[in-house]
Design a protein around this ligand. Sequence first.
Ligand code: AQP
Length: 328
Amino acid sequence: MKKRLLTGLQPSGTLTLGNFCGGINQVYNYQEQYDTFLFIPDLHSITVTQDPEELHKKIKEVVGLYLACGIDAQKTHIYIQSENLYHANLSWILECHAYFGELSRMHQFKEKSKNKENFTCGLYTYPILMASDILLYDAQVVPTGIDQKQHVELARNIAERFNNRYHGNYFVIPEPLIPNVGAKIRDLQNPEKKMSKSTSNPKSSIFLLDEEKAIRKKIMGAVTDNDASIKFDEENKPGVSNLLTIYSVLKNISIDETVRQFSGAGYGDLKKEVANVTIEKIMSIQEKYHEIMSSNVIDDILDEGRDYTVKLASEKYETIRKAVGLGR
Ligand code: AQP
């Protein structure tokens, strides 16, 4: 039997090149090998304020982009988190088995709540909902960028704690699957940070629905350094290393090979080539995306995904509910 793999990308904005490299591209590469679950974590996206109409649109946009990036709905279960009530139900039970202290250590929460007077409780408990998403389906493998690794570790801790407390193998212990290259695509304007879809500076991120001209402009304007030598050194040369990483992922070649290809070149040449491969990739995604969005396939795929996963989730939830002693 194939191992089960699960991941999702929030509809909190248009997906970025970072989401592609750390998320969708991995699912694309693994969808033959694993029993694959790819969902739209819409409940996660309301941990920060969203415009309801915009969110509604983004949910289908994300599905369209999954398919346009090569995710095959015949092999992958694609579904919307909020259409399956068991995600939030199990999340509550897990919340009662997670500790305030461990949640307070989550980097993403610290980052997203920094300098804010007010943030939601959902932003704080987000990793427990993520644990629920994973544990509900006994997922063994969770492909993710480096930013979400800590959340998968929390899911493991909660699962182990639960299994020990109730003396059984109730939950499978999941493993994060981090790509060797592309686990952290960096912000083009501030390469210390990761690229994000909800950035306040559109020059920082390449969006999968950006126009060709905008992509070229953003890459040509990417922050590098004054050293003028093309080397892969994430600590001292994060901007240049980021461009090399993007090239390496999109060309599907190693970092060493990428560095070799650019030996003796200047930053301008590197940026031009990175812009070319990025445009080529994104334009081909967009061509498929527009075809998909003008067809009627999305609703059928989502209905099928919902029906399949609700059945699985209900069985798991019943087992967990009984283990805890809830209900009659
Ligand atoms: N910059 C990145 N480099 C590599 N992988 C990344 N991921 C996100 N950013 C990068 C991976 O994409 C998947 C989906 O992430 P998400 O949408 O659930 O949430 P996120 O990690 O919070 O992504 P964003 O783009 O930064 O969204 P916002 O701005 O809404 O917070 C995950 O596998 C993640 O690791």
